[in-house]
Design a binder for this molecule. Structure first.
Ligand code: DX5
Ligand code: ZN
Length: 220
């Protein structure tokens, strides 16, 4: 029986009570803290940067899953390593030399992730997959929390899962955007390993119970 890893997105936390919300995730069954960095260039929104991540890190024991929605991410790889990022995910669409970027992330001691926008085919990763620890399939257009899940994502997850199985590799599939308790079972069935959830968790009356319910979703 397969159960998902859960990465609550702190983008949906109450920034006025960030320590409280980080501690809530710490006390829950979540696996990682998902941290969304937006630069206002790659995506039409600005979220937060280094000082806020340093503040999160003071209260976090669970690994930080950092999702960079920024152009030219190579410039900041060492800075995110110094902040204690466990997984550093860059966007396929933001990297001209993706292979080099992945190597630099590994050299800095982190797991390397690649995120794909909804229009980007998973097949584009075929020749670089052996260097990728996690593929983040965006199931909304990146930039904002609380958007509606794009259903075509399911085919992408299944295609990517088949690619990963053909290569017998350990690459994890993460789904980010519009994840709910309702669509979690089909995502898991299609091959997802990690579910990112922002508004589903922090918009719930009981976020901790919602994390528990998401991690109890099973398949097989
Ligand atoms: C969107 C971010 C997501 C976002 C998900 O660009 O990458 O991580 O926080 O939020 P929900 O779960 O509300 O769609
Ligand atoms: Zn994200």
């Amino acid at each position: 029986m397969k159960q998902p890893l859960i990465a609550p997105s702190l983008l949906a936390a109450d920034f006025g009570n960030l320590q409280r919300d980080v501690e809530l995730v710490e006390a829950s069954q979540a696996t990682w803290h998902h941290i969304d960095v937006m630069d206002g260039v790659f995506v039409p929104n600005i979220s937060f940067g280094m000082p806020v991540i340093a503040a999160i890190g003071k209260h976090a024991r669970k690994p930080l899953d950092v999702h960079l929605m920024i152009v030219d991410p190579d410039r900041y790889i060492d800075a995110f390593a110094a902040l204690g990022a466990h997984v550093l995910t860059v966007h396929y669409e933001a990297c001209t030399h993706l292979h080099r970027t992945l190597q630099a992330i590994h050299q800095a001691g982190m797991k390397a992730g690649v995120a794909l926008n909804p229009h980007t085919p998973v097949q584009l990763l075929e020749n670089v997959l052996d260097y990728v620890d996690l593929v983040c399939i965006m199931s909304v257009n990146p930039g904002f929390g609380g958007q509606k899940f794009i259903p075509e994502t399911l085919t992408k997850v299944a295609d990517l899962k088949a690619m990963i199985e053909r290569r017998n590799s350990n690459t994890l599939i993460e789904i980010d955007g519009g994840v709910t308790l309702e669509n979690a079972p089909e995502l898991l069935k299609a091959g997802a390993d990690v579910l990112v959830a922002g508004s589903t968790v922090f918009g719930a009356a009981d976020p901790e119970a919602t994390i528990a319910a998401l991690s109890a979703v099973s398949y097989g």
